[in-house]
Ligand binder design. Structure first.
Ligand SMILES: NC(=O)C1=CN([C@@H]2O[C@H](COP(=O)(O)OP(=O)(O)OC[C@H]3O[C@@H](n4cnc5c(N)ncnc54)[C@H](O)[C@@H]3O)[C@@H](O)[C@H]2O)C=CC1
Ligand SMILES: O=P(O)(O)OC[C@H]1O[C@](O)(CO)[C@@H](O)[C@@H]1O
Length: 404
């Protein structure tokens, strides 16, 4: 039996293979992927390794080959079988992570509950669970869903032996098909994984028994979470929706457009950034540098990130606490005028992609309910309020941006 500590990662997709597993693997964990996709799990078990290609725009411009990091000795188990429950019982298991998409946590929760019960009955030790999804408090949401499936004695055991820690994950990992193996992934060099330290359980409370190289622990996660979601994700979404409107295919092409870059910079520096600095007391100069570094990441042509990937599921992205309406609401709370963010929200409302169910539902609702009422329903900004008016005004103006 391997003596290595083990980690199970739910979702062997882009973030799982391209971000979380590489950090776990280089920190000495044996990584077990679990996924609903049988073909993917079979391939993981056949190939047992894959490459992480670092997509660096400068190297690509100089005609250099991308650096490839090999991830070896990985294993896969199908998430719908009892093999997964046996993995959760495994005495060497230390950590469970997820990157499946926020709505899928509903499906992961009953399996985790079953695994926690099995672990208790088999005398297993303490584990930690971290949901690496693009949402504030994703692990807390998962914890609540898991508890709903636990019997009292299992819940009592879990309260002692299972840590649920929220986190913020940041690395752009688009779909990648420039390699021979379907398991290979292409990633930007940058990454940031910030985890709520006080929620971790183990030999020493507040930290992992086997630390992860590249993971930062913090006592102030909510500030970092909002900083990331309301900057990286906000700017990314605005770039994608405006790019789509102008008929541009990728994020790098969109951010090269001067009109789009002006809206993105206006939204991030003068609005979301101003509100974040007021709320969390971030140093203004450091925050401005953080924003500009993100814009350089968007400009990375080697990443070739499709606007339809970044704009996927617009209704989720228009959620009240999410990347567009969230910072706009924070602005109103901290006395910052909302203009460019209103343009971003309007651009999201224009997002018309028949292959995206949420886009279809949203465009139908705009037509059936009328924009005025629908904006109130989605954003909570009252009809006639300053932000509501600016969303409507931008929506009209953006019609002129549409590629005919
Ligand atoms: N791709 C990126 O650059 C980033 C993504 N994220 C977040 O990470 C999460 C995953 O995103 P991606 O990796 O891009 O998606 P993806 O679609 O590449 O991977 C998701 C994987 O989850 C699997 N899955 C679906 N239902 C499952 C279930 N019930 N049990 C186990 N596996 C299941 C899918 O088969 C797929 O392999 C999302 O919440 C996303 O917002 C966060 C930061 C960066
Ligand atoms: O994964 P989501 O929430 O649909 O949004 C795409 C966003 O997530 C990322 O994949 C990573 O943070 C970004 O590339 C993008 O802003």
């Amino acid at each position: 039996m391997s003596v290595k500590p083990r980690a199970i990662h739910f979702g062997a997709g882009n973030i799982g293979r391209g971000f979380i597993a590489p950090l776990l693997s280089r920190s000495g964990y044996h990584v077990v992927f679990t996924d609903v996709d049988k073909g993917l799990i079979d391939t993981i078990n056949e190939e047992k390794e894959y490459g992480v290609h670092i997509l660096d725009t400068n190297a690509a411009a100089d005609g250099e080959e991308a650096e490839v990091q090999k991830i070896i000795h990985v294993k896969g188990v199908l998430s719908t079988t009892d093999d997964l429950i046996r993995e959760i019982e495994h005495p060497k298991l230390k950590l469970i992570t997820t990157a499946v998409g926020l709505p899928v946590l509903d499906k992961v929760a009953p399996t985790l509950a079953k695994g926690i019960r099995a672990r208790r009955l088999s005398g297993g030790g303490t584990i930690n669970i971290i949901a690496c999804e693009n949402a504030i408090g994703a692990t807390a949401q998962l914890a609540e869903k898991v508890r709903a499936h636990l019997a009292d004695e299992d819940a009592a055991w879990a309260a002692q032996h299972v840590g649920f820690a929220n986190c913020s994950v940041d690395r752009i990992v688009p779909p990648f098909d420039d390699a021979d193996s379907v398991l290979d992934v292409g990633v930007e060099e940058f990454f940031e994984w910030i985890v709520e330290g006080p929620s971790l359980k183990g030999a020493k409370a507040g930290r992992l028994d086997v630390p992860i190289d590249g993971m930062t622990l913090t006592d102030h996660l909510s500030a970092y979470n909002e900083r990331k979601l309301f900057t990286l994700n906000a700017g990314h979404a605005i770039t994608a929706y405006l790019g789509h409107l102008k008929g541009l295919a990728t994020v790098d092409a969109s951010i090269e457009d001067a009109d789009i870059a002006a809206v993105v910079r206006g939204a991030l520096h003068g609005e979301a950034g101003a509100a974040l600095c007021r709320k969390h007391k971030f140093d203004e100069r450091e925050h401005a540098a953080y924003i500009e570094k993100i814009i350089v990441r968007f400009q990375n042509a080697a990443v070739k990130d499709d606007v339809v990937r970044v704009g996927r599921q617009p209704l989720r992205k228009l959620g009240r606490g999410d990347r567009l309406v969230g910072p706009a609401r924070m602005c109103t709370e901290y006395g910052v005028a909302v203009r460019h963010l209103a343009t971003g929200i309007a651009a999201a409302l224009w997002y018309d992609n028949t292959e995206d169910e949420q886009s279809v539902e949203m465009r139908r609702a705009v037509a059936e309910k009328g924009l005025e009422k629908y904006v109130v329903e989605l954003t909570g900004f009252e009809e006639g309020s300053d932000v509501h008016q600016h969303i409507l005004k931008s929506y009209k103006e953006l019609e002129g941006w549409k590629k005919v």
